[in-house]
Design a binder for this molecule. Structure first.
Ligand code: UD1
Length: 423
């Protein structure tokens, strides 16, 4: 199995281009089903999760072609039904969007239960509550979910928890629900807005995405068109934190600085120097950093997807800090790997108490999930000596060309496919 071999201890310097946002891409691809037409989606990241969605669309009967530069031509006009209980949807979390998109277009969907990172229970009760309120009836048997409706009718839906997935799923089904749908306590994440922008560009009527009340007026039909996915603020945040961990100096290109505010604010509070430009920023280390406390929250709070790399940075920052994970109950599994590297961290329930150490030691670690994997890479870039990150298939699900991008910034990092090769 592939692994990354990293010789750490080098300051990262240079420019990095950020790819399209995984989480937006994984909502927009199923949303093309609603158009029943030809769509050209640009700026898709070349990551495993996107390839799995391509396979799902092909399996459903769509015509799909994808170029190396991240442009997908997807024609969903020939799809006749949304029936895919064969386990393919278990390969990623975002397959739950087939429920909303398929219900909207075909009024009947069957899929295997969605998979994704093992970071907690990840229930879908809010998705079910929302789609039922629009007229859907659910049947869950073994590992297969079916939702069907005679017709969809707009309704007022209050989400009990702020859920990105439920917000987008309900928004998708409501595009074709008769009358008005109002989603209250909606998620405000950039990919909620990006998906709404895509659907509106194809003829939907969605107002308020990006606030906690979204209003959708049902329409009869959507059409195809072209759309470009927003940049990945989680990938950008990972490189910003890598700059801090390695005492480096990076220009992060192709970003929307506003989406990075929660990370920028915390890194500045720690003492990093950050200059923002139109669609890029410079992040550079000048003086010894100070510890901060972090609590993950829905957007615009600090993102749970950057909790792990941020914990690596705090683990190497002199002084005490606390990280509270308030979104997912099981997102500290990677801490054991960090402790192996010499970090001093104690976890109790959803809080990690960190005593910063001067340096981490190079060793063999594993990616326990996608974002934890990125955090391990960041930790190994800082640890002097040669480290290995195993189980990098998790990382490949969500980071485009990770070793090439870091190599271009001066890191000594290499993908090794078998036991014999060395750095
Ligand atoms: C999405 C992102 C993921 C990110 C997360 C939070 C995708 C594919 N994944 O995941 O990268 O970490 O948002 O920003 O976009 N919940 C319920 N019931 C539900 C739905 C959610 O209780 O029906 C809870 C979850 O367990 C969690 C919280 O709500 O505690 C937020 O989850 P949600 O925003 O839905 O996350 P995902 O859509 O799974």
């Amino acid at each position: 199995m592939a692994k990354l071999v990293i010789e750490g201890g080098n300051r990262l310097r240079g420019k990095v281009n950020i790819s399209g946002f995984k989480n937006a891409a994984l909502a927009i691809l199923p949303a093309t089903i609603l158009t029943g037409d030809n769509c050209i989606i640009e700026n898709l990241p070349m990551i495993q999760d996107v390839f799995v969605y391509r396979d799902i669309l092909l399996k459903l009967g769509a015509d799909v072609s994808i170029s190396d530069s991240g442009l997908m031509n997807v024609d969903t006009s020939k799809i006749e039904k949304c029936f895919i209980p064969n386990g393919l949807t278990k390969k990623l979390r975002a397959s739950y969007y087939l429920l909303g998109a398929g219900l909207g277009r075909f009024k009947d969907v069957t899929i295997s239960y969605p998979g994704g990172c093992d970071i907690g229970l990840r229930p879908i009760d809010q998705h079910i509550k929302g789609l039922e309120a629009l007229g859907g009836t659910f049947e869950v048997k073994d590992d297969v979910i079916r939702v069907s409706a005679k017709k969809l009718k707009g309704n007022k839906i209050y989400l009990d928890v702020v859920s990105v997935g439920a917000t987008i799923n309900i928004m998708m089904a409501a595009v074709f629900a008769e009358g008005k749908t109002v989603i209250e306590n909606a998620a405000k994440e950039p990919h909620v807005v990006d998906t709404a922008n895509f659907l509106n560009a194809m003829g939907a009527s969605i107002r308020g995405a990006g606030t906690d009340v979204i209003r959708i007026t049902g329409v009869e039909k959507l059409h195809g068109g072209e759309y470009s996915v927003i940049p990945d603020q989680i990938e950008a945040g990972t490189y910003m934190i890598a700059a801090a961990v390695t005492k480096g100096d990076l220009i992060i290109n192709n970003i929307i600085p506003k989406h990075l505010e929660p990370v920028t604010a915390k890194l500045k509070e720690m003492g990093m120097n950050i200059e923002e430009y139109g669609d890029s920023l410079r992040v550079h280390y000048e003086k010894e950093l100070v510890p901060v406390n972090i609590k993950t929250l829905p957007y615009p709070g600090f993102p749970t997807d950057l909790q792990q790399p941020m914990t690596v940075l705090l683990a190497m920052t002199k002084g005490d800090s606390i990280v509270i994970e308030s979104i997912f109950e099981n997102r500290f599994k990677y801490i054991d790997e960090l402790v192996k590297m010499g970090a001093r961290i104690k976890v109790e329930n959803r809080a990690a108490a960190i005593k910063g150490v001067e340096k981490l030691n190079a060793t063999e670690v594993k990616a326990t999930d996608l974002r934890a994997g990125a955090a391990m890479v960041v930790a190994c870039l800082a640890a002097e000596g040669v480290s290995t990150v195993n189980d990098i298939y998790h990382i490949d699900r969500g980071y485009e060309f990770i070793e090439n991008k870091f190599m271009n910034l001066g890191a000594k990092i290499r993908r090794v496919e078998d036991e014999d090769q060395q750095i």
